[in-house]
Design a protein around this ligand. Structure first.
Ligand code: CDP
Length: 232
């Protein structure tokens, strides 16, 4: 059977990473979290003094440093464990999920040169097919010819609740209000930026999973995958 390309886009904390990871695991495809790549660049900028006190990004410095930023993924230590993001060989998986990174990632991801560099890497990873990638612009810009495109949404409150639970379960001391504010703020920047704004590709299937159980979501996803592989 042909190994297709699956593009999953959507709003922050809409559950697209979980969906993408599960699908890739079930069908034996590679999973790439493109958001982790933007987060790793944002972490690099934070740690190299490229973010001002107001959260402004020193664009010139960051763009000049792009050739020095190498991002890879290492498989999780055990089957089923998340893959780990490596920034210049260092495991930054925990660090990139913190609110300090979430608070600066969208302005960093709005820089055209950053996007172009990461999109090229993402396209190289998907050249052979057999990949599930999630993000904001996968179906519109990275893989406009993907055989299956899904656009995931849920209300901002549902998404913030999910992210809040995920972070507090992981031991982070955050307030729900701060998480909701970050989700709403990032949505706004992602939707209104000039380069590859977040939007549903015309040929993407839309999924609002606000009230779906994980089992219902899995069934929906597998049916969509089967339909996409059969058509080819
Ligand atoms: O996990 P969550 O949905 O909150 O975000 P993420 O997928 O880790 O992405 C973090 C940020 O990176 C997003 O808010 C976007 O600003 C940016 N991003 C992007 O611009 N394009 C992508 N393909 C993926 C992420």
């Amino acid at each position: 059977m042909k190994r297709i390309t699956v593009a999953i886009d959507g709003y922050s904390s809409s559950g697209k990473s979980t969906m993408a990871r599960q699908l890739a695991g079930s069908v034996g495809y590679r999973y790439i979290d493109s958001g982790a790549m933007y987060r790793a660049v944002a972490l690099y900028a934070l740690d190299h003094g490229m973010i001002g006190p107001e959260g402004t990004v020193d664009e010139e410095k960051l763009v000049a440093a792009l050739p020095d930023i190498h991002i890879d993924f290492a498989p999780g230590a055990t089957a089923g464990e998340h893959q780990h993001t490596l920034l210049n060989g260092q495991d930054v998986e925990t660090e990139i999920r913190r609110l300090r990174v979430s608070n600066v990632v969208s302005p960093v991801a709005a820089i055209g040169a950053v996007r172009r560099a990461l999109v090229l890497q993402q396209q190289a990873m998907g050249r052979e097919g057999g990949i599930v990638m999630d993000g904001r612009d996968i179906g519109t810009t990275v893989f406009p010819n993907a055989e299956l495109k899904i656009f995931v949404n849920a209300s901002a409150e549902t998404r913030a609740q999910r992210r809040f639970k995920e972070m507090t379960d992981g031991g982070s001391q955050v307030s729900y209000a701060d998480v909701l504010a970050n989700v709403v703020h990032r949505d706004h920047i992602d939707e209104t930026r000039e380069e590859s704004p977040l939007r549903r590709a015309d040929d993407a299937l839309e999924l609002d999973n606000s009230t779906m159980t994980p089992e219902e979501q899995d069934a929906w996803l597998m049916a969509a995958f089967k339909a996409a592989t059969q058509e080819d």
